[in-house]
Write a protein that binds this ligand. Structure first.
Ligand SMILES: [Zn+2]
Length: 250
């Protein structure tokens, strides 16, 4: 099934955490999840999963500008919001609505395969995810790794380094090798994201998948819808089974 760009455009109108969460929840099988909720996070744990372990997959609900784009223009599979040449104007918000969209589809199609997390205030220094640390600590024995859906481009597996050990990776080489082999995406260097905070806190490997937005944080941000769809398809069909049978501590 291909993505209807109008569906993505409808999600781009929402920038506030509760609104984005409501959009995510619309149509997902809520009875299959236990919801853990705080002011700045929602975590959906699949209570019927029989897997030994589960990837915690996450996206963020905030955007660098809190206002919605006035108009979104589409040329085929490319979408952007044109604003006056003013860097403080509203941005499209594919960062990180594209991640929320992909999670929404996975939650409908594969509700038992992931722990889903939506975190607010990533752009303010991952403040939302930090308020969820105690909940995640309680779920940790079931978590295999942390997977972010918050990376620009179309084929990156963003990797991070710990702040307390210079250049110490926040994953094991075997974890990234496994993902490169199975997904066809490639390791890249990331600065910071919610998954890097999670990995540093819990010493469990993370990576961050490209979700099809480009020029994030600028009014010339654009999304390539076919790239959003490609990552959705990779996550549906190409993740290695080891993510459900092993853990990846470092
Ligand atoms: Zn982001």
């Amino acid at each position: 099934m291909t993505i209807d760009p109008q569906t993505l455009i409808s999600l781009y109108q929402f920038k506030q955490h509760p609104d984005v969460c409501l959009w995510f929840e619309n149509g997902i099988p809520k009875s299959r999840f236990q919801l853990f909720e705080g002011e700045k996070y929602r975590i959906y744990f699949p209570v019927h999963s029989s897997a030994s372990y589960l990837p915690l997959i996450c996206a963020h609900s905030d955007t660098i500008t809190p206002t919605s784009p006035e108009s979104i223009f589409r040329d085929g599979m490319i979408m952007t919001c044109l604003t006056p040449s003013n860097d403080r104007g509203p941005v499209l918000g594919g960062d990180d609505r594209n991640g929320v969209y992909i999670m929404h589809r996975l939650a409908i199609e594969q509700p038992d395969n992931f722990i889903f997390g939506i975190f607010d205030e990533e752009e303010s220094g991952s403040l939302g995810v930090q308020t969820a640390f105690e909940v995640i600590r309680g779920l940790l024995p079931r978590i295999s790794c942390f997977v972010g859906l918050d990376r620009r481009g179309n084929n990156d597996l963003a990797c991070y380094s710990s702040r307390d050990f210079i250049r110490r990776p926040l994953n094991t080489p075997a974890f990234i090798d496994l993902l490169e082999r199975n997904t066809g995406y490639f390791r890249a260097v990331g600065a910071s994201s919610d998954v890097s905070r999670l990995a540093a806190e819990f010493r469990l490997s993370c990576t961050n998948f490209s979700v099809g937005y480009h020029n994030e944080h600028h009014n010339c941000e654009y999304t390539v819808v076919s790239e959003v769809e490609h990552t959705l398809n990779i996550l549906r069909t190409k993740l290695p089974p080891q993510l459900w049978s092993a853990r990846f501590p470092f």
